[in-house]
Design a protein around this ligand. Sequence first.
Ligand code: 15L
Length: 265
Amino acid sequence: LRFGRLLLTGAAGGLGQALRPRLKAYCDTLRLSDVADLGTAAAGEELQRAALEDAAAVHALLAGVDAVVHLGGVSTEQPWQPILQANIVGAYNLYEAARRHGVRRIVFASSNHVTGFYRQDEVISPKDPVRPDGLYGLSKAFGENLAQLYFDRHGIETVSVRIGSSFPAPKNRRMLATWMSFDDLERLVMASLTAPVVGHTVVYGMGDNTTTWWDNTSARHLGWRPQDSSEPFRPAVEAAEAVLDRNDPAVLYQGGPFVRTGPFD
Ligand code: 15L
């Protein structure tokens, strides 16, 4: 066990549910939070429901915590208000609470949609300028900038993980490039929590995929390499999805359908 108490926000979400049993192996106590129901607490779990926009509730969440895995917030393109509250006000509340409680490291679930308007024929790195594909991606870019500020001003370290598509299996042709297994996600989160020095590191959360749009060389100090490839899924994915129209923005850009989803109607 490397940690006394870890906090996992967004624990009721897709990746929260995947990480909940896995993170327990690395800590005495796993504090779980979400706005949604978290079920009943297993041994070594603490359940603390909180809305991220509620500063007092978030402050209470961070008390006695060694490190945070922050998956909480809106995870798809949505209207401005929910994004503003959960992802912008909420991220600010989390970092302020971390500062006031002396929490030293956060793993921030950012998203590939921070750079979703790069084309699929470009290989980019975390050093390239952001190019959000919607309000959701923009809010994640805010979270990354917030993490940078809290490192520069207060020394709180963050690994911002621009997660690609983390599901049990890739669901379509795009995800052959963006897919990351839950095992690789777990290894990346643990590397991010335990690497000796991270400052504010940005890394793409991706598998060992043959097709890729992302170069993670600048995050090699994390000591993480993805191990699982989307390639074994390729035949089934290609059989299930027709060849795509390259004039469709959802096919041309890395963000896929996110580039034309959202409130700009
Ligand atoms: C995301 O940021 C979403 O949270 C997730 O549901 C996926 O759609 C993923 O991006 C993706 O780009 O596939």
